[in-house]
Structure formats: C-alpha cells, structure tokens
Design a protein around this ligand. Structure first.
Ligand code: NAD
Length: 386
C-alpha cells in the first residue's frame, strides 16, 4: 500500500489541466513511485472554473482563493499554473506553508522573482520542480547523453529555435501575457526560457550573450471577459503590447562553444517549430519538437559528407519505456508533463531533486534578464557565475 500525497493545482487554464492529468496518470506509467497523488483541491480566479475542474477531474474541493490552499493541511504538494505575476507570491507562500512546489516556467516576472521562490524553497527544505518539459523528451535526453559521452567530439556551436504563431493573429486578445505587470517579459519568458533550459541541459552554462528584441504586433484588443490560453478578441478597446514578440541572441557557453537562440511568438506559418542543432568537432545532433520521437544524428570519423541517420527513440531512451513498448510508437506533449510529475513526486518521496528545479529556473531567468539588458544597451552581457 503506497502513501497518498495530497496535491493542489492553482490556476486552471491550459497548464492547470495538463498538470492535473499528469497527477492522474503518473502511477499508470510509473507504478514504482512510492506515492499516490490525490487531487485535494483546485484554486481558480474565474468564477465557476474551479468547481467545473473539480467536477470533471475529481478534486475533492474547489476554491477561488489560492490562500485557502496554503492553509489546507491536506495539501502537501502544489502545482502553480497561474500567470507569471503570481508565481512569486504563491510560490513563497506555499514553501513557507511547508508544501512542495511544481511551478510553471518562467517562475515570476524576473530573475529576482525566481530567486525569491528558490530561496523560500531552500529555507523551507521542500522539493521543487519547474515546467521545463522539453528536457523530458527521450530524444532530448539521448542527445544529451551522446554529447556528454563525446560522441560528437567537442561541441563547437549550437542553434536553438522556438517559432510559434500563437500570437500572430492581430485579433489575439490583449491578455496578461502582453503586459509587463502580469506577464513580465514576452517571448523571452514564454518561449526563450525553454530554449535557454534546453541549451543549458545539452551544452552547459551560458557565460555571456548579446541579444536583440522586437515588437511586431504593437497593439491588441482588450478581451471582453475571462480568457484562457491564446484566446482571440475583436472589437475590444485597443491597448499596447508591452513586451517583445521576438528575440535573437548570440550565446557564448562556459565551455567556449558558441550558439544562437531565436524565438518568436508571431511567426505566421510556424506551429511549435521548436528544436535544436548541436554541432561538434566530429558529429552533430538535430531535434525538432514536431517530430519529438526522432533524433537525427551524424557521427563517425569521416567529417566531410558524413551521413545523417534518423533514429526513432525507443525503450532505453529517457523514460520512453514507461509509455510505449517499442520504437516509433509516438509519445506526445502531455506525456512530457507525466515525466515531469514523476520526477517531482520522486523528489518528494526521496528527499532529493530529480529533473529541473528552481535552481535551473534561476539560471534561466538570469539569462533572460541578461537578454533584456543586452537588447536595451546593445552590448554583450556577462551572466553571473554560478
Ligand atoms: N511548460 C510549458 O510548455 C508551458 C506552456 C504554456 C504555459 N506555461 C506557463 O504556465 C503558466 C500558465 O499558463 P497557461 O497557458 O496555462 O495560462 P492560462 O491563461 O491558460 O491559465 C492561467 C489560469 O490562471 C487563472 N488565474 C489568474 N489569476 C488567478 C488567481 N489569482 N488565482 C487562481 N487562478 C488564477 C486564470 O483565470 C487562468 O485560468 C504561465 O506561467 C506560462 O508561462 C508553460
């Protein structure tokens, strides 16, 4: 008989749903997990949305006020899936109440916010996880293993791209995402944060960078009512987009490798075109999220005209075996969140971190802050040493 662990979800938009489903599925895939998450309560600001989530997904209770979660003795772990401006206040309060926290990226509006949550977590001695889900893809883990084993030689240069059209429609509603006060940065926190985490996961720490940013859709219509995800709105009063749609950034890694990270949220014709290319002195590895279960690899000793093979991930790559019995049976996005839930709950059970933690969020946030500073000053910026 495994112990139950009371969990709560705060903010029930897209990520709230995905975290909830991950808790529900995690023991189907990872029966060895010595904890059984129990959906205790859900907090959501939009009237009726928490009750609807409780009814549909099986939370025992629902509330409009996230402070109820901090006071709820049944809750031992909390998913923070509310907008960015709430991550710090809620994260610190939950850690101080002794609850383990799984926070969505980018963890607050700035590096300072991410550090505040990390400090509260460290002080409380609770475990943490951060929603850097792309590093949970088996192909990404295998790419990292190849790189770490020296299969590509020494890493020379890296390209990371995150192109999306989620904000490309001119009628995309002016939600919290486009406001400094509630969203913080724009595509930096939303997409480039994932890119920075991937780059760090694969190649190691970033030492310095130079970035350029732009706003391509400067005005949007205010929504008439509650929104979730990337809702459209037309006819509402127009308001200014306060944060960047696009970033292009040169990277220098601590290892001496060079890199380029480019991210855009208004790229017409691009749907989740996320991926990387890592080149070494003897080989290269390529990954595209839209073909998440494939890795293209070039290795050998021929250097010129060296072939590139497509490898379908299978049992033996990352956590693939927990989902499918053989190579080329596809895993999907939601499965990455199940892997993340597993690592979070394993951290709680064993009292030590597995997977991305708030320390990773702090490093990623430092890179995003540096990108904003560099774009503003038009200069290279050094990142603080770890
Ligand atoms: N890891 C990923 O791939 C990924 C993808 C999308 C979003 N995110 C992150 O997840 C977070 C949420 O994004 P989303 O796309 O789910 O947004 P969303 O707008 O769909 O959902 C946010 C929800 O929080 C609710 N909320 C707002 N104020 C609240 C409050 N005071 N108390 C409780 N609930 C409140 C909103 O009503 C909404 O239902 C963001 O930090 C975002 O950066 C991560």
């Amino acid at each position: 008989m495994v112990d139950a662990l009371g969990v709560a979800v705060i903010g029930f938009g897209w990520m709230g749903r995905v975290h909830t489903q991950a808790y529900s599925r995690v023991r189907h895939h990872f029966p060895q997990l010595p904890l059984r998450p129990e959906l205790v309560t859900v907090a959501e600001d939009v009237p009726g949305r928490a009750e609807e989530a409780a009814e549909r997904y099986g939370f025992a209770t629902a509330t409009r006020d996230w402070r109820d979660v901090a006071a709820d003795q049944r809750v031992r772990a909390v998913s923070i899936t509310a907008p960015n401006f709430l991550h710090r206040e809620i994260g610190v309060a939950m850690a101080e109440a002794g609850k383990h926290v799984w926070v969505e990226k980018p963890v607050g509006l700035s590096g300072e916010d991410a550090r505040a949550v990390a400090d509260a977590v460290a002080k409380a001695g609770v475990q943490s996880a951060v929603g850097f889900n792309y590093r949970c893809a088996p192909a990404v883990e295998t790419a990292r293993d190849l790189i770490a084993a020296g299969e590509l030689g020494a890493v020379t240069h890296v390209r990371v791209r995150l192109f999306s059209d989620y904000a490309a429609h001119p009628d995309g509603a002016l939600t919290w995402r486009y406001e400094r006060a509630r969203g913080g940065s724009g595509v930096l926190g939303d997409l480039a944060s994932h890119g920075v985490d991937l780059a760090r996961f694969l190649v190691g720490d970033i030492a310095s960078l130079a970035a350029d940013t732009a706003v391509f859709v400067p005005e949007r219509a205010r929504p008439a009512g509650a929104t979730a995800g990337h809702a459209l709105a037309s006819g509402g009063e127009p308001g200014p987009v306060e944060n960047e749609d696009y970033v292009n950034c040169l990277l220098r890694f601590a290892s001496g490798a060079r890199g380029v990270l480019e991210a855009c949220r208004v790229s017409v014709g691009e749907q989740n075109n996320y991926g990387f290319e890592v080149h070494g002195t003897r080989g290269a590895v390529f990954w595209d999220f839209r073909r998440m279960n494939e890795l293209r690899v070039s290795r050998g000793t021929t250097y010129q005209d060296q072939p590139v093979s497509t490898v379908y991930v299978g049992p033996g790559d990352g956590e693939f075996a927990a989902f499918q019995p053989g190579a080329a049976n596809a895993m999907g996005y939601d499965d990455l969140k199940v892997v993340e839930a597993y690592r979070f709950l394993r951290s709680v059970a064993e009292g030590e971190p597995y997977g991305a933690t708030l320390a990773d969020a702090v490093r990623a946030a430092a890179a995003l802050d540096a990108m904003a500073e560099s774009a503003e000053s038009r200069r290279w910026v050094d990142l603080p040493a770890t």
